[in-house]
Design a protein around this ligand. Structure first.
Ligand code: OAD
Length: 253
C-alpha cells in the first residue's frame, strides 16, 4: 500500500475512534478479492452481455433460459468463493462501534457467511427464488442453494411455473423498508462507501444524504468513481487492504 493511502487512512482512523454511529455501504468490489466478478469494468461482461441487459424483467420475459444461465454461472462462482478479510472486518465492526450498520448492494451472501447479521440487503439474495406466478401455495420467496439446478429455468414445486431469482432488477422497486432503514442508518458520524461504482440509485444517494447530514464520508475503491470528489476522503486501493489497515489502526487505540 502506498504511503499516501496510509496517511488518508490514518485520518479515517481518527474519525472512526470518535464515532458512535458508523455506517458502511458495500458493492461488488468488496467481493472481488473472493473471486466474484464485479458488474462493470473488465470482467463485468458475460457472453458479450452487459448486466444491465440481463438483470431486467424484459430480458427474463424474452429469454428466461439465458437469464437463468447467467444466474447459474454466478451462483456457481459464488458457491466456490469464500468471504475475504474485508468481509470479516465488517462483521467484526458490529461490536466495535456503539451503532454499526451495513447496507449492501451485493446478493452473494458473503457478508452473512463472514458473520454479519442484521444487514440491509438492498438488492435481495441470489440464493432465494420466487414463483413468477405468485402462486398461493408457495411462500413469497424461498432459499434454494442448488448448484446446478436439475432443470433450467427451475420450476415452482407447487404450481409448475417458472421461478425467478429473488433479486431486484433494473426498473424494479426496492423494498421500502430497506430504503427507509438505509436512510435512517445514513444519519451517522462516519459513512464509508466501499467497492461500489456508485452508479445505481438509490444506493448512490445514501452517501450524499449522509454528508448533507454532517457525516464524515469516506470512499474505499480500487479506482476513482463519480463520488471520489464528493466524499471527504477517497482511498484508491483494494477494499480488504484498506479495511484491515483501518481495523489495525482502531485496535492500536
Ligand atoms: P460495479 O461493478 O458497478 O462496481 C464495482 C466497483 O468495485 C468499481 O468501482 C471497482 O473500481 C471497484 N472494485 C473492484 N475491485 C475492487 C477491490 N478489490 N477493492 C475495492 N474496490 C474494487 O458494482 P456495484 O457498484 O456493486 O444491481 O453495482 C451496483 C449494482 O449494479 C449491483 O448491485 C447490481 C448491478 O447491476 C442489480 O443487480 C440491481
Amino acid at each position: 500500500m502506498r504511503s499516501e493511502s496510509h496517511k488518508l487512512l490514518d485520518t479515517v482512523v481518527l474519525y472512526l475512534r470518535n464515532a458512535a454511529r458508523v455506517t458502511v455501504l458495500t458493492g461488488a468490489g468488496i467481493s472481488a478479492e473472493s473471486g466474484v466478478s464485479t458488474f462493470r469494468g473488465s470482467g463485468g461482461l458475460w457472453r458479450d452481455s452487459r448486466p444491465e441487459d440481463l438483470a431486467t424483467t424484459h430480458a427474463f420475459m424474452n429469454d428466461s433460459l439465458r437469464v437463468w444461465q447467467w444466474y447459474e454461472y454466478r451462483r456457481e462462482l459464488i458457491s466456490q468463493a469464500k468471504p475475504n478479510a474485508g468481509h470479516r472486518v465488517l462483521a467484526k465492526w458490529k461490536t466495535t462501534f456503539q451503532t454499526f450498520s451495513l447496507i449492501t448492494q451485493n446478493v452473494d451472501g458473503l457478508h452473512e457467511r463472514a458473520g454479519s447479521r442484521d444487514l440491509i440487503p438492498l438488492h435481495g439474495s441470489i440464493w432465494k427464488v420466487r414463483c413468477l406466478n405468485n402462486c398461493i401455495k408457495s411462500p413469497a420467496s424461498w432459499t434454494d442453494k442448488s448448484v446446478p439446478f436439475n432443470r433450467l429455468p427451475p420450476l415452482c414445486p407447487d404450481c409448475g411455473s417458472i421461478v425467478r431469482p429473488d433479486v431486484v432488477w433494473f426498473g424494479e422497486s426496492l423494498d421500502y423498508k430497506n430504503i427507509e432503514a438505509a436512510f435512517e442508518a445514513s444519519r451517522c458520524d462516519v459513512f464509508l462507501s466501499i467497492g461500489t461504482s456508485a452508479l445505481v440509485r438509490p444506493a448512490s444517494e445514501f452517501v450524499k444524504y449522509a454528508k448533507s447530514n454532517g457525516s464524515f464520508t469516506v470512499e474505499l475503491n480500487l479506482e476513482r468513481t463519480t463520488i471520489s470528489d464528493y466524499v471527504d476522503i477517497s482511498v484508491h486501493d483494494k477494499a480488504h487492504t484498506s479495511l484491515c489497515y483501518l481495523d489495525e489502526g482502531l485496535m492500536r487505540k
